[in-house]
Write a protein that binds this ligand. Structure first.
Ligand SMILES: [Zn+2]
Length: 92
């Protein structure tokens, strides 16, 4: 007689994200500099833009971005701050 055995395995993952005192500088191939990479919400006030506009630029692939492990997009602050990208935009 066969016996059915059910094994349940529970796993948990804890991610610890620490704020750094100094921002991380990562190379941006688009502007060719080591730049600060921030979320659209963090970057927008630094350059006087609306975060919503930054998200639109990301969706249209007009701005370089990287994603954190949880899927949060980070934009290159140097690219966001370039004056040539500030045409026809909404400001806060
Ligand atoms: Zn850049």
């Amino acid at each position: 007689m066969k016996r059915l055995v059910t094994v349940t395995i529970e796993t948990r993952q804890v991610q610890i994200i620490r704020a750094r005192r100094r921002p991380s500088l990562l190379w941006c191939a688009v502007c060719g500099t080591e730049a600060e990479w921030l979320t659209p919400e963090q970057a927008a006030p630094k350059v006087g833009l609306n975060p919503r506009w930054l998200y639109q630029q990301l969706e249209a692939a007009r701005l370089p971005f990287i994603e954190t492990t949880d899927g949060t997009p980070l934009v290159c602050l140097a690219c966001v701050a370039k004056p040539r990208r500030h045409t026809n935009i909404e400001t806060q």
